[in-house]
Structure formats: C-alpha cells, structure tokens
Design a protein around this ligand. Structure first.
Ligand SMILES: [Zn+2]
Length: 461
C-alpha cells in the first residue's frame, strides 16, 4: 500500500514538473513570436518615419510649432487617426481636440488602460517631445494586432493623443489631459491668447461646441479607468550619462515659483565705498548662491531667472527682480527649502542694507507614480534590454523635473511613466534627438508591458 502511495506521489510530482516546463515555455515564447525583423520594422523604422512625418506638420516655416488647435495641429490629427486605425483601433476626437484610439476587450466591463502623450509642441520644438509617446504606443498595438494578440486583451486599451500639454498659446498647460481628468474648470473657456481670441472661440472655429456641457463630456469616470502609462523623452542628461536607453520615473517633482524683488540704491561704481553700498545685485547674488546650497541634494533643483534694473556700466545696481523655481520630489523638503530661503533672504538683505519682497506665484504638489505600475514597467524595461541584447542589471529610477500629462492624469487614476534617453538631455529645441534604436526601445517597452500585463495568452480568441 505504502509503495502505491509513493508511486502516485512520484507521478503527481512529475506531472507538476511537466506543467511548470510547459508554462515556462509559453512565457518564454511571449512576443518573440512576432519575429525580431517585424518588431524592428514596426517599432523602430516605421516609428522613426512617422515621428519625422509628424515633425513636418508645422504652423511655421522652417521650424516646428504646433499649438492648441492651430491649423497644423488639426492637420497633424489626420495621420495620427490613420495610424491608430492601421493598428486596429476605433478612433474619435473629443470636444477638446484630444484624439482617441481604442480597442475593446472580451471583458467589456473591465477598466481601461490609457496610454498617451501630447501632439502639441513648443515654438521651435524638437521632433520627439510628445510624438514619441503617441507613436510608440500606436506601434506597440500594431504589433499586437499583427500577432493576433489584440483578441486576447484582458481589458480595453486606449491611446490618447492630447491636444495641449505645452500651454504655449493660452499659457494654460494640460488643457487636453486636464479635461479628461476632470480638472479643467469651465471658466478656462474664457481664457484668451495674446490676440484676445478665447479657448471657446478656437473650439467653435474648429467645429467643437465649446460649452460647459461639452467640456464635461470629455471627462472620464475614474471607475472606468485602470491606469495611465506615458512614454516620454527624458528632457535631461541622466540616462545618457548612465548609458541607459530607458528609465522608470518615480514621480514628477512638485514646484514652487517665487518672485523676489531686491531694492537697494544705485550708485557710482567708483566713488561709493564698499561698506556703504546698497547694491541689490550683489545681495541677489548672495541669495542665489545660498539657495543653491539648500538645493544640493538629490531630487531637488532650482532655477533663477534674473532681471536687473541697472543699465549703466558705471554704476552698481539699485534694483534686481528675479524668479526662483524650486522643484523637489518631496513636498515637505520643498517647503523647508522655501521657508529657509525666505528666512535667509531677510537676514541677507538686512546685512546688506537693501529691501526685499517675496511673492509666491505658483505652487504644485509632487505626483508619485504608482509603485506596482512602476514595477511592471520596470519588468517590461528589463525584457526590452534583454531583447536588444543589452546586459543591464538595474533599470534606473528617475525623478521628472518637468511636468507631463501624467501629472493631470494622476487626478483620474494611477500613473506610470518611462523615460527615453535623448542626446545631451536637450529638448524644446530642434537639436532634440533620440537614436533610432532608442525609439525601438520605447516601442518595445510598451509592447512588453502590454504583453506581460494586459494580454491573456490562455484566452481563446
Ligand atoms: Zn512633452
């Protein structure tokens, strides 16, 4: 009897081992089935071609400029819609000009995964800011379509190309994503550009309703959304300095913008003794250097833009205005820097016999990316590095110092972001550049993420 039991146990163990081998085999097959030539062709060559094609659609001659619902912006919507349809997506444009491409899942009631970035640009922009995120997402879904995996989605997937992130025309960032996240008040419709044209005027001129009600229609129900993922160029030099094509974003820094005015007394550069001067420029210089030392920690940055009221080279300065921009991942740490800076300002100005005023112009809290979503994106980045034959032990985790659509979308759902290396960390410039192979990595990381988290290989199609 005992030997029969032992035999049965052994058979069970062998069966379990066999099943594990089969499951491992299925996982190993993964998206490699699509063939590496096909992956390269769609995720790299075609994606680069599309990025270049989109960069040619501009409101300006000789440089790239595509602002909210401008002529070029409306023109750029055409190929984006065509590419989304080519990837098997159902498309529509919402009442704020955001372009949507969606594929349903068999589980129609499941929450939707949103993937997006923006198709507006700054003035004299680069080719990749915004476009890379949209096009790599479309390419990833196209690969899933070709490999027959779109039929195995566990949940609906929707790509959104946002109409405004840069805020160039109306100085109001995230018009597109904030509307979807329900963060845009109806009063924004009355905001006007430098020519007195309002957002409402622009919407109506483009055949949108431009009413409070139509703005509400754009808003998504948080219950219907699972999460938001965005791929974006880093816009900084960290990945390049580390030699990594991809990085995972842990969050978007919070920001405080201050306006500082230092008033002294202008005087002759040669005749007023040093100890009797009320030199606002040297006072401002000391303040700025002090602020620099307060920000010498990882995940804290500051920038100063200066405007000096003294124009004669024979004088020292009587008035300096400057703005301070402090950004940090930790909101409490940012507040400490701001209050410590404010304390030092009065002390330093007192010592130097000048007056100063500080005004807080802007305050935004940090956005933390979802840890589980970030872990999944990191896993996808690892798989990507493996597929590209790169021996990388740890994918870098970065802070984003710049705002992104993910910031607005975090009010709607959990967010995750991937950064892609760009040459010299340059962005918002025609010199912005992402290597073709890194465009490939951007598409692959989304493809791997979708394959690992949203595709159910055991689902019958
Ligand atoms: Zn951007």
């Amino acid at each position: 009897m005992a030997s029969v039991l032992r035999k049965n146990a052994l058979i069970s163990l062998l069966l379990i081992a066999l099943m594990l081998v089969i499951v491992a085999g299925l996982e190993a097959e993964s998206i490699g089935d699509a063939g590496s030539d096909l992956l390269r062709e769609i995720l790299r060559d075609e994606a680069v071609e599309r990025i270049n094609q989109l960069a040619k659609i501009s409101d300006a001659d000789g440089y790239l400029e595509r602002t909210f619902l401008s002529l070029a912006s409306r023109k750029a919507a055409e190929p984006i819609i065509k590419w989304m349809q080519d990837a098997g997506l159902r498309t529509w444009v919402d009442q704020m000009g955001n372009i949507h491409g969606r594929i349903e899942s068999v589980n129609r009631t499941e929450e939707t995964l949103l993937i997006g970035s923006h198709y507006d640009t700054v003035v004299d922009a680069g080719r990749f800011d915004g476009s890379l995120g949209i096009i790599s997402a479309i390419s990833a879904l196209k690969v899933l379509k070709i490999s027959g995996k779109l039929l195995k989605l566990k949940r609906p997937v929707e790509i959104i190309a946002f109409s405004d992130e840069e805020g160039v025309r109306f100085q109001s960032t995230f018009l597109g994503s904030a509307a979807i996240a329900g963060q845009l008040p109806a009063s924004v419709l009355k905001t006007s550009d430098k020519n007195g044209v309002t957002i409402q005027d622009v919407l109506k001129a483009n055949s949108f309703e431009g009413t409070d009600g139509s703005l509400l229609q754009v808003k998504y129900d948080p219950e219907s959304v699972w999460g938001y993922v965005e791929v974006h160029i880093e816009q900084g030099p960290v990945l390049e300095s580390l030699g990594y094509p991809l990085g995972i974003v842990k969050g978007i820094a919070g920001q405080t913008r201050l306006k500082v005015k230092v008033t002294g007394s202008q005087g002759h550069a040669g005749t007023v003794p040093m100890l009797m001067r009320q030199d606002s420029l040297t006072a401002a210089a000391e303040l700025i250097v002090n602020l620099e030392s307060l920000c010498k920690y990882p995940d804290r940055v500051f920038t100063c833009n200066e405007q000096c009221g003294c124009y004669s080279k024979e004088s020292f300065s009587g008035l300096v205005n400057f703005t301070v921009d402090v950004r940090a991942m930790d909101d409490e740490a940012r507040e400490i820097v701001v209050s410590e800076f404010s304390r030092q300002i009065y002390q330093i100005c007192d010592n130097r016999m000048v007056n100063c005023t500080i005004e807080r112009k802007h305050n935004a809290e940090a956005v933390h990316c979802d840890s589980e979503l970030s872990r999944q994106l990191k896993q996808a980045a690892h798989s990507t590095m493996k597929m590209l034959g790169k021996n990388i032990r740890e994918v870098p985790i970065l802070m984003s110092g710049a705002g992104h659509d993910a910031m607005a979308m975090s009010h709607l759902t959990k967010v995750g972001m991937v950064f892609v290396r760009c040459r010299g960390g340059i962005s918002h410039s025609p010199d912005e550049y992402v290597m073709d192979d890194d465009v490939w990595a951007a598409g692959l990381v989304l493809l791997n993420f979708l394959d690992q988290q949203v595709i159910d290989d055991h689902m019958s199609s």
